[in-house]
Design a binder for this molecule. Sequence first.
Ligand SMILES: [Fe+2]
Ligand SMILES: [Fe+2]
Length: 289
Amino acid sequence: MNPTVEQMHTYTRKGDGALELPFEKPVILPKAGDADLARHAWADVRFAADIMAEHALFFALLMPEELAAKERAEALQFSKSFGALFERVDAGPPPERSGLKKFTDEIVEQIKPFIEYKARLGEAQRTGELRSLVWPLFFDHTRHEAERWTRRLIALGQGESEFERSEVVAFWANIMEEHARFVAHLLDPDEFELIDKATSASRVFVELGSGPGGTVRALADEPATVLDSLVKNPEIDAVMSAAQTILDFKTEAARGIEAARIKSIIDPRLSDHVRREAQKFVDELKRAV
Ligand SMILES: [Fe+2]
Ligand SMILES: [Fe+2]
């Protein structure tokens, strides 16, 4: 195992370090209270590279050859290059202080053409020029993530490891809201109860992300969803409670999809992907000031 991992915190679904294979991937982040730039850079480059490789893979899965052969080949190429970057970072140490900016710049440069690809194809899908199975919102969503990782990695390269709470909440509330709607629309139409649950989770995050008063409105509108973990742990705030609730929902969904208890067209790699993003949200919320 990479010795760097021992200096970090490894999040797993069960919390005991054992992975639910073959689909669960761990989320490896600096320990609580660790503000070390190099470890944050290592963790966030590692996380973002894997996320980008998976976005590209999901595009390829949703681009049949007969509809989008060229776009699919490009997606597979992106997946391969981000996958290679992930492997290299995953096996290596955090950067030296003098090499920090070069370390973050490399992935920032690699993300740029992928942002352009997501923007271009999102527009093509919207206008009907492209007829893949990738929704325009899926292109936009994954582009917003790529843009956010770019901002975060540039900040790290400039020496800032801190997360700002307003940025963390605004960014992730929107992402969680869209995930909930993705799930609702990828479930088998027979999954009435889960579709309802996903839809109400989406409403919670619309409210939470909508600035002052949003939390209060979220509590008023969807109390069962938000209050679920608040009741279990009354001292945590409502945003943390909603983040934890959506993480638990995604963990259970991932297990249900893997075991085929849930009927859907959700690839198990996608359900673990959105679960890891929820885990990252929870972690950033704990660190944010
Ligand atoms: Fe993503
Ligand atoms: Fe996402």
